[in-house]
Design a binder for this molecule. Structure first.
Ligand SMILES: Cc1cc2nc3c(=O)[nH]c(=O)nc-3n(C[C@H](O)[C@H](O)[C@H](O)COP(=O)(O)O)c2cc1C
Length: 890
């Protein structure tokens, strides 16, 4: 479902890429129109004005006499004069049939001599027709340009709504942007901020433009303003013109104009401009349209009609008109900007010239957006196609039947196992297809006949984010639409959670409810439980004839990380080079920045958001205590996991066993040791940094009857492992938290505590890419002791590399002094989000991707709840479906 804002966004860009392109023409021609007189004067020196001469300018009767003396026979229709010294007189002839306006000539105001014709006027007439009617016949062009005006109005208003800034009371956020930004943020800043600058002008241009374009607008407006009907006036005027054309030419000796001109000069003292329309028949008056120096604008004209003998027939002053009619007369000067003098003209011209800027930046933004969503689509298709080996020759009993292997994964473990499953099936000659649950709907699910599901559990027995939609769909489906389906389930989980493998088991039950038949009972798998994986392979062997032997080459090729069948593969040694306590004095557990250097010559590649698995070991004192308690010699040589070792080293890297009886030998102990499971940490650095940086929170483990001990891996990394020692690591993809492929969109990073590591990796990556539209919402306890993220982020912010940062220091919440202006004293990340609801929606409307990293309980659940409240369940689900809600939480 599209949100209201999204609908406006779609309208904005759709109009922008269509009408916006034509509006460039309207804008440029309008700008040219604004200064056409100045351009013509400049191009035709000595035509519209002449050098000043001593003595008064000629009167209209004298000008007519001079023109006739030069042999001109055509009847004169209008004489235009300016009182400004040196301005030429313009005399226009009665239009010939088919002409809109009669031709005109310029005369020297002092001598009456004919001046050179004005070159270029035809161009500006063409320009005006293009501007007003797109060169179409007037009645066809008018509604089109009128509709374009309407489009510009919609663009302006929707643009205003879409760009409504986070802090509407700050003029800076309206009118300025960071010009040092690059790429999309720069284009967006330019488009939206420049748009704000010219918004009022555009609204004025469009409203006035629509007045002329649509009779349906103009007629009622005229009526409300008390103006006489234009249709009637036009009919009257054309009847008069027709009559004038038919009437014998009025012999208009120049001297016959003298009494009326004297009358005008008397009544209109101080005139600055006058247009005098000459009678064409004996019973017609002389009409003067004029203004004086104090006229508010050039359409504020007074009208005077005089008989040839100078008798006054009508003397209408603009100032005496009703307010409505005076307002109507201002429409044209408002449209051209002349209402506000030369400043207004310049502003309108610049705004009109900027139309191409919006069209170009708008198009570029649109094309970039298309490119990134296409790249995202391609990446998804590549995933759907599977990257494992292709089907080999058909051998199995199920030849020809395609098996869909569906994974529902949060952090990628289920995805890896699904990829390996596909590889096994394909190397057995079976057609197998990898499908992410994220893209599955009932239409795609229903035709499948054989499915293998690999599903992890998230939250409290919940589906991973990417499978939320499918889980909902299945829940809502009634009847038995899947009766033709056979399926197997590998459910992943962790026994420490109360609902072990809750989602996978619930999914299996749901499928059964819909009629699908389980081929074998769901297999549950705790972490890297080898026995469960073997059970899964056995089930595939029994029912599909795959090879259940340990890791195959195909397996390893298909899996991007180590195969659990060969647990030590891909673990590489790294040297512990530093650890730094980040929050001394904090009321929370100590947080350490731990750095490890890769061995020289190793070049590891990983994406922002990836994880690293660390092989931890017990504290030496703990191993010694165990050896002492069991009276065993730690230096005894043993064989452990295929290599020679000391018993102490083997114990250090294993779960310390509880022995039922005294051990027969050191080797007997080694034989029953289970290796410690590796621990995952988010990578806070980039490969370019040449080192691995982790943020490790020390945890405490309660000991029955003894002081609590440091957690195993955190204790090893932050306290027990000597600096300079070697620690075995392996990289693990984290697809659910990796950058969205081809991503150039804004990004919002939310998290707390050691979750800063995952967010930092992304921020460093984006800054390196020149993507500066980043927003961080980060939570910790107290600013005084836990501001490690803020210390670093504020430097990036000062460089314009982070657009916004909000901090929620939970225990400082009552002290608002540390908050930036406009931000409240947020207790938690979710409260900061609620306070920034509008900007959040704004960013999301611009396509922002959300990354969440940190604790599941409290932070991630709170953020999820806040997002559900702010965006609605459908809004959040839409983000998940688009891969724009990416989480790495624990
Ligand atoms: C925040 C969080 C919540 C989890 N909740 C459960 C749970 O309720 N039950 C369970 O068995 N496992 C739970 N797990 C463990 C995962 O299901 C298990 O680690 C799985 O291997 C992850 O697979 P994936 O990487 O494909 O998502 C949870 C893990 C995390 C990070």
């Amino acid at each position: 479902m599209w949100s209201f804002k999204n609908i406006w966004f779609q309208i904005h860009w759709l109009i922008g890429i269509t009408a916006g392109t034509v509006l460039i023409v309207i804008g440029l021609t309008g700008a040219a129109y604004s200064f056409q007189e100045e351009v013509l004067d400049w191009a035709n020196p000595g035509t519209a004005s002449v050098p000043l001469q001593p003595g008064p300018a000629l009167t209209p009767p004298q000008l007519v006499a001079a023109l006739q003396a030069a042999g001109e026979q055509r009847r004169i229709d209008r004489i235009t004069l300016y009182a400004e010294p040196g301005r030429s007189a313009q005399l226009a002839f009665v239009p010939e049939k088919g002409e809109r306006r009669g031709q005109s000539v310029y005369l020297n105001p002092y001598t009456g001599a004919l001046l050179p014709a004005q070159r270029g006027r035809e161009f500006f007439e063409w320009n005006e027709r293009l501007h007003r009617w797109l060169l179409l016949p007037r009645d066809d062009g008018k509604p089109i340009t009128g509709s374009l005006s309407l489009c510009l109005l919609l663009l302006s208003l929707s643009g205003l709504y879409l760009r409504w800034p986070a802090r509407p009371l700050s003029w800076r956020s309206w009118l300025t942007f960071n010009v040092r930004r690059k790429g999309r943020p720069f284009l967006w800043g330019l488009h939206s901020v420049a748009g704000t600058w010219v918004l009022v002008v555009y609204v004025m241009l469009t409203l006035t433009g629509m007045y002329w374009a649509f009779d349906a607008v103009r007629t009622p407006v005229d009526r409300w303003m008390g103006a006489p009907s234009r249709a009637a006036a036009r009919a009257e005027q054309s009847a008069a013109q027709e009559a004038a054309r038919k009437a014998p030419p009025l012999e208009l000796a120049p001297a016959t104009l003298e009494p009326a001109w004297q009358g005008f000069a008397q009544l209109a003292s101080g005139w600055q401009f006058v247009q005098m329309r000459l009678p064409q028949r004996a019973d017609q008056p002389l009409q003067f349209s004029w203004w004086a120096a104090n006229a508010p604008h050039d359409r504020a004209r007074n009208q005077l009609s005089l008989n040839l003998d100078g008798a006054v027939l009508r003397d209408d002053r603009f100032a005496d008109l009703p307010a409505g009619r005076r307002a109507l007369a201002a429409i044209f000067p408002l449209h051209t900007g002349t209402y506000f003098g030369i400043t207004g003209r310049i502003i309108v011209t610049v705004a009109a010239l900027m139309m191409p800027l919006f069209a170009i930046t708008g198009w570029l933004l649109y094309l970039q957006r298309r490119r990134s969503s296409r790249a995202a689509g391609q990446a998804q298709r590549a995933l759907l196609a599977g990257d494992g080996p292709q089907p080999g020759p058909a051998t199995g009993a199920n030849t020809g039947a395609s098996i869909a292997v569906v994974y529902a994964s949060q952090a990628g473990h289920a995805q890896q196992l699904a990829v390996r499953t596909v590889a096994r099936l394909r190397s057995a000659g079976l057609a197998a297809q990898l499908l992410p649950a994220a893209s599955l709907d009932m239409a795609q699910l229903q035709p499948q006949r054989q499915l293998l599901w690999v599903a992890s559990t998230f939250g409290e027995g919940q589906p991973p984010d990417s499978a939320r939609r499918l889980a909902r769909l299945l829940q809502q489906t009634e009847g038995k639409p899947l009766t033709h389906q056979r399926f197997g389930m590998l459910a992943l989980g962790d026994r420490q959670y109360s609902q072990f493998c809750g989602f996978g088991l619930a999914l299996a039950a749901q499928l059964e409810r819909l009629g699908a038949q389980p081929v074998f009972a769901p297999i549950t798998m705790d972490a890297e439980d080898d026995a469960a994986w073997q059970a899964w392979l056995q089930a595939l062997a029994a029912h599909w004839g795959v090879n259940a032997a340990p890791a195959t080459a195909a397996d390893n090729a298909a899996a991007s990380v180590a195969d659990s069948d060969a647990p030590d593969a891909l673990f590489l040694p790294a040297q512990l080079i530093s650890r730094h306590h980040l929050n001394p004095g904090s009321s929370g557990q100590p947080l350490y920045q731990v750095e490890l250097a890769l061995a020289p010559g190793q070049s590891w590649q990983w994406q922002a958001g990836a994880l690293v698995e660390v092989k931890a070991a017990h504290a030496p004192a703990q191993v010694d205590a165990w050896l002492q308690a069991h009276q065993l010699d730690g230096s005894a040589a043993v064989q452990w996991r295929g290599s020679a070792s000391s018993l102490r080293d083997a114990l250090s890297a294993s779960e310390l066993p509880t022995l039922a009886a005294p051990a027969a030998s050191a080797q007997a102990v080694a034989d029953q040791l289970h290796p410690l499971a590796p621990r995952s940490y988010s990578l806070a650095s980039l490969p370019a940094d040449g080192r691995i940086r982790l943020y490790v929170r020390q945890t405490l483990r309660a000991q029955p009857g003894a002081a609590p001990q440091l957690g195993l891996a955190s204790g090893w990394l932050t306290a027990h492992a000597p600096l300079g020692s070697s620690i075995a690591l392996r990289l693990v993809d984290n697809p659910g938290f990796a950058p969205l492929p081809g991503d150039a969109r804004p990004a919002i990073f939310m998290g707390n505590g050691s979750g800063y590591a995952g967010l930092r990796g992304h921020l460093r990556h984006r800054i390196a890419q020149g993507q500066f539209d980043n927003w961080l919402v980060f939570g910790e306890r107290r600013r005084a002791h836990d501001s490690y993220a803020e210390d670093e982020v504020c430097v990036w912010q000062a460089h314009g590399q982070i657009a916004r940062a909000d901090y929620a220091y939970s225990r400082d919440a009552r002290d608002a002094s540390h908050q930036a202006p406009g931000q409240g004293p947020h207790r938690y990340v979710q409260d900061a989000l609620r306070a920034a609801a509008e900007p959040l929606k704004d960013w999301l409307a611009q396509g922002a991707v959300i990354y969440v990293c940190g604790s599941y309980d409290g932070m991630a659940t709170g953020v999820d709840q806040a997002l559900t409240e702010l965006l609605g369940e459908d809004g959040l689900n839409a983000l998940i479906d688009e891969g724009r809600y990416r989480r790495d939480v624990y």
